[in-house]
Design a protein around this ligand. Structure first.
Ligand SMILES: [Zn+2]
Length: 530
């Protein structure tokens, strides 16, 4: 099989395997980052999901243990009050402090970031991701970062040499990688470092409002140890410190961070560490083609997606080439849900080698949680049933599906089938119902419709092809083009020009119900005359 078309997670995993120093036997570490100034959203989900695909691919190639660290930047200072939180006025007086020192505006956790961190873990747990959570604040205060911090201070000139040329000339003056948490007012965005004392792991600082002049300082000035959480380092240096301390082997990041990753890689080398490998991914686009940034979270939320389809269909969406920008909007849900179901049913007939090329291989951490799908039912079929029967009771729709294929009621199909039905009903209600117009057929089609009704009346088999050919026969008998008759049926029954294969659709609907609906169309056509 050609190397160029192999699944991208497998390609990434092979590159990772090649990049690992020989002879290691400790865990291979993957990392994803989370900014806890907001709730986790689809960008967070996408990063963890795609990293998990690669981890799964890696585990198919190597016996080395693996670990995925979900790292929360909860020692970052908060610059402005986020718009989407309650009690913003209570947060305002704490601007400039680390997120972990700001009271929780939701009033449920011990700090702003503790609230968001809990939400992150709840979110990741609900999808069954395997990960270890790390809090930046904990890493700094517990001393986990001490060795790296001391090393950074000893090599601070090297850090400056790397970072300063990347800054605008007017920003270089007085810039320091270290951000001291002022012991007097608790802010870390309001301090400036004025001297370095590597011999005693200290810096001199002043709480003078910091750089940029948007913050006000309390005026405190002192020498202070940079260890044990008294100080942190700024973003690109922070990223390098994490890679260095945890020995991160793989991390992917958005296209907007390519330059940051380059700078952080140089810093980790300065520390005598090795930068991780990883790919950068394109951003998602909203319905108008604007980029959805990780922090804004426009587009569609994971929860909303789950309302309309099994969440694994979102994995099918995310599996598409991460290097291509993709529109992330409601209208992609049906397509990816059908893709996902197709992958599940392909799986049933594939040998182990081919299964490795089935995208769904990468979705499930353990095969035990893989849903099985051996029935000839997809999201389009279910949605069309929902439309045609005008039913919003999931049990009724499930009954229909069960009559169409009795395996739907099996233990291993039932759960996924229910989620498809509930999702279809919600999707139709929220996006389709209002704009749909069922079209009353033209009177010239009445004889053909009656012909079909009559044929269905005498039909008792279960071969969709026989029903399919009834339409051709009826069209021929009435001197109509078959495709015009199909279109008339679809427009009348589901308000679309095209639909699922008609024979299967009639079987799913039930022959009697279908005959009665088509007879109804013929009656409407005649009534529209008078
Ligand atoms: Zn201060």
């Amino acid at each position: 099989m050609s190397q160029t078309h192999q699944p991208w997670p497998l390609k990434e995993a092979k590159a990772l395997l090649d990049a690992l120093p020989p002879g290691g036997d400790g865990p291979v570490r993957f990392e994803t980052g989370f900014g806890p100034s907001g709730l986790p959203h689809i960008g967070t989900f996408a990063e963890v999901a795609r990293t998990t695909f690669i981890r799964r691919a890696f585990e198919s190639l190597s016996d080395r243990p693996t670990e995925l660290i979900a790292f929360s930047d909860d020692m970052d200072g908060l610059r402005k009050v986020p718009l989407n939180i309650p009690n913003g006025d209570q947060v305002e007086p704490h601007l400039g402090k680390p997120l972990s020192s700001i009271p929780d505006p939701f009033g449920t956790a011990e700090s702003f970031s503790a609230h968001m961190n809990a939400k992150l873990q709840e979110f990741l747990d609900s999808f069954g991701f395997r990960y270890s959570f790390q809090s930046s604040t904990d890493c700094y205060t517990s001393g986990t970062f001490n060795e790296g911090m001391s090393r950074l201070l000893h090599r601070v000139q090297g850090v400056l040499d790397i970072i300063l040329p990347t800054l605008r000339p007017e920003s270089r003056e007085g810039w320091s990688p270290f951000m001291v948490v002022c012991p007097s007012c608790g802010r870390n965005l309001s301090t400036t470092v004025t001297a370095y004392h590597p011999d005693r792991d200290e810096v001199s600082f002043a709480c003078d409002g910091g750089r940029g002049g948007t913050m006000s300082g309390c005026g405190h000035a002192a020498d202070i140890s940079i260890l044990n959480g008294n100080a942190k380092v700024g973003w690109k240096v922070d990223w390098a410190l994490r890679w260095y301390t945890f020995g991160i082997d793989y991390e992917m990041y958005g296209k907007d961070l390519i330059e940051s990753a380059r700078v952080s890689s140089r810093i980790v080398r300065l520390l005598d560490g090795t930068p991780p490998i990883g790919l950068f991914y394109e951003m998602f686009l909203d319905e108008e083609g604007r980029k959805i940034s990780k922090s804004v979270g426009r587009g569609i939320s994971v929860d909303r997606w789950k309302t309309y389809a099994p969440v694994e269909s979102l994995l099918a969406f995310l599996y598409q080439n991460p290097r291509k920008a993709k529109r992330l909007h409601y209208d992609v849900i049906p397509q990816y849900t059908d893709q996902y179901l197709g992958q599940l049913s392909d799986w049933e007939n594939q040998d182990a080698q081919d299964q490795l090329w089935n995208p769904s291989y990468f979705y499930f951490d353990r095969e035990a949680v893989r849903p099985r799908w051996q029935v000839n039912v997809n999201y389009s079929l279910v949605r069309n049933l929902v439309v045609c029967m005008a039913k919003d009771d999931p049990d009724v729709v499930l009954d229909y599906l069960n009559r169409y294929d009795t395996r739907i009621g099996d233990d291993h199909h039932r759960d996924l089938a229910s989620r498809l039905v509930e999702g279809s009903i919600a999707y139709d209600r929220d996006f389709e119902a209002d704009k749909r117009k069922l079209e009353i057929p033209k009177t010239e089609f009445v004889p053909a419709l009656r012909h079909v009704v009559e044929q269905l009346g005498g039909f008792s088999g279960d071969d969709p092809e026989v029903i399919q050919s009834m339409i051709f026969d009826a069209a021929r008998a009435c001197a109509l083009e078959p495709r015009d008759l199909f279109r008339t049926l679809y427009r009348g029954l589901i308000g679309q020009d095209r639909g699922p294969r008609f024979g299967s659709f009639v079987l799913a609907l039930g022959v009697e119900q279908a005959a009665s609906s088509i007879a109804g169309l013929a009656e409407q056509a005649e009534a529209s005359l008078s």
